[in-house]
Design a protein around this ligand. Structure first.
Ligand code: SF4
Length: 323
């Protein structure tokens, strides 16, 4: 069993939002939006993304993955973003861009830590019902190719969609088959207007049991327990069950809030040292952090981009201070 002495918050960074599927996943808030609204791509600027990355680094958060729609940025632009992100974080990051082709995997390989596949639910009948336009097979094919190319594989799973603990064996088989080394275990958030509105969210005992069984079966796997603003009270038990870190908390919007304090308190209760902070703004000279970007490297950060990053950081910090 992994010796889990520390924990931290893990931040996923999104560069775009939209959903162009014919039929939405039944749990997703996108399913509540009219088609023209959900297919209208919202794309963030590099300045905004890199500002968030600098804050992530300075707050000591782990970088969960970079995510967004494939085709929103060209592959070359994504590689540029990945290189800039690596420079800030000091390491490559995972990506969750949907299903990538072999040639894309080959292209991205030098710049990524691994690929994340959105699995969500493994029971085939449930999967067809809940994610009708997001079949598992293409993800499995991507994992096969990634395996051949030596690219690590990560996955997302949502519990509370109608599966039972009996289905954990499907997860064990899947992780074994594709040698998955990182898993995000989220609990259903029953959004208003979706097919799950009014459903009971998974209890802390249930989410913990999924994590415990996963940890027991795979002592070295990296497990992120996804929580929402209303589930910070789960943190201690999820960590005791064997989660490495906590994800999905709206850390910028709720920085320093009672909920953020509760996460750090719960980590302590679970006997973990909380690496980084969700409650105290670091004493960083932010402009200096931006000014040094790109120095002595070939990765281009022009002055205009740097000025925009500084502006974005100010905006984010203001939000973090007010919360
Ligand atoms: S969860 Fe499903 S519906 Fe929602 S954005 Fe992703 S693919 Fe689209």
């Amino acid at each position: 069993m992994k010796d889990l002495k520390e924990t931290c918050f893990e931040r996923a960074v999104f560069y775009s939002w939209s959903c162009k599927l014919d039929e939405c996943c039944k749990y997703c808030y996108m399913s509540t939006l009219p088609r023209e609204k959900r297919t209208d791509e919202k794309v963030r600027s590099f300045a905004s993304l890199l500002a968030e990355t600098i804050i992530t680094k300075q707050c000591g958060w782990d970088y969960g993955f970079l995510s967004g729609g494939i085709g929103v940025f060209s592959d070359e632009k994504l590689i540029d973003l990945l290189q800039k992100t690596k420079l800030i974080m000091g390491e490559k990051v995972w990506v969750n861009f949907g299903v990538l082709s072999r040639s894309q995997l080959e292209k991205f390989k030098p710049f990524i830590k691994g690929v994340v596949g959105t699995v969500e639910v493994l029971d085939p009948i449930l999967h067809r019902k809940i994610c009708p336009s997001k079949p598992l097979e293409p993800v499995e094919r991507m994992f096969e190719t990634a395996k051949e190319l030596g690219i690590p594989r990560g996955m997302t799973l949502i519990i509370g969609l109608g599966e039972t603990l009996d289905d954990h064996k499907l997860l064990v088989e899947f992780i074994r088959k594709y040698e998955v080394s990182k898993i995000h275990i989220y609990g259903l958030n029953p959004h208003k207007g979706t097919a799950f509105e009014g459903a009971e969210p998974p209890s802390v005992e249930y989410q913990s049991e999924w994590i415990k069984r996963t940890r027991e079966a795979f002592p070295d796997i990296d497990i992120q327990a996804g929580i929402w603003l209303d589930r910070t009270g789960y943190v201690g038990k999820l960590l005791e069950a064997g989660a490495d870190s906590i994800s999905k908390f709206p850390a910028l919007k709720s920085f320093g809030s009672q909920e953020a304090k509760e996460i750090e308190r719960q980590a302590k209760l679970a006997g973990r040292k909380f690496r980084g902070t969700l409650t105290k703004l670091p004493m960083t000279n932010w402009d200096e952090e931006v000014d040094k970007l790109g120095a002595e490297t070939e990765i281009g950060f022009d002055e205009k981009l740097k000025e925009s990053i500084k502006e974005k950081i100010k905006k984010y910090l203001k939000k973090m201070k007010t919360s």
